[in-house]
Write a protein that binds this ligand. Structure first.
Ligand code: ATP
Length: 132
């Protein structure tokens, strides 16, 4: 299958770059799947979601991404995130603790809600079961 250049950068470090067949992400407009040759696009990433990079059949990179932008240009797909962690780098017990601590955060507790969404995305990226 054809591939496209993908670059995922957090504000303080590069998280992943390489060739991939597909990128799945959630923007404020909804879930998108980007294949090579996709029309140019600029989207705001939804808070606390998992970006899935399909490198090849059966090989998927999962990254917990916490806010940022996604763009598609002739050069490929670029994701700039405020914070992002590769699934392999996620400390599951820390994320579970944060999840339990913030799961009852009120709608008007913006910080608590964000911390909950980050924990949920980390667990999801790490392949742990979470209630959505
Ligand atoms: P916690 O309550 O566990 O500190 P948090 O969501 O408040 O979580 P952040 O402020 O988002 O933590 O992150 C601080 C730093 O720690 C960032 O560099 C982030 O990537 C990293 N980090 C946070 N939680 C985890 C985790 N479960 N596994 C790996 N890295 C994490």
């Amino acid at each position: 299958m054809a591939t496209q250049q993908v670059e995922l950068v957090a504000v303080d470090h590069e998280v992943w770059s390489g060739e991939a067949e597909v990128v799945n992400a959630r923007t404020l407009e909804g879930e998108i799947g980007i294949l090579p040759g996709h029309a140019p696009l600029l989207g705001v990433l939804a808070e606390g979601h998992v970006v899935r990079i399909g490198v090849s059949e059966g090989e998927e990179i999962r990254v917990a991404v916490h806010g940022g932008f996604l763009s598609v240009t002739d050069d490929g797909v670029q994701i700039l995130a405020e914070r992002a962690e590769l699934s392999d780098d996620i400390d599951v017990s820390r994320a579970r603790r944060a999840y339990d601590e913030h799961k009852d955060a009120d709608e008007d507790d913006a910080e608590g809600r964000s911390a909950f969404l980050r924990a949920q995305a980390r667990l999801d990226a790490a392949g742990e079961t979470v209630d959505h």
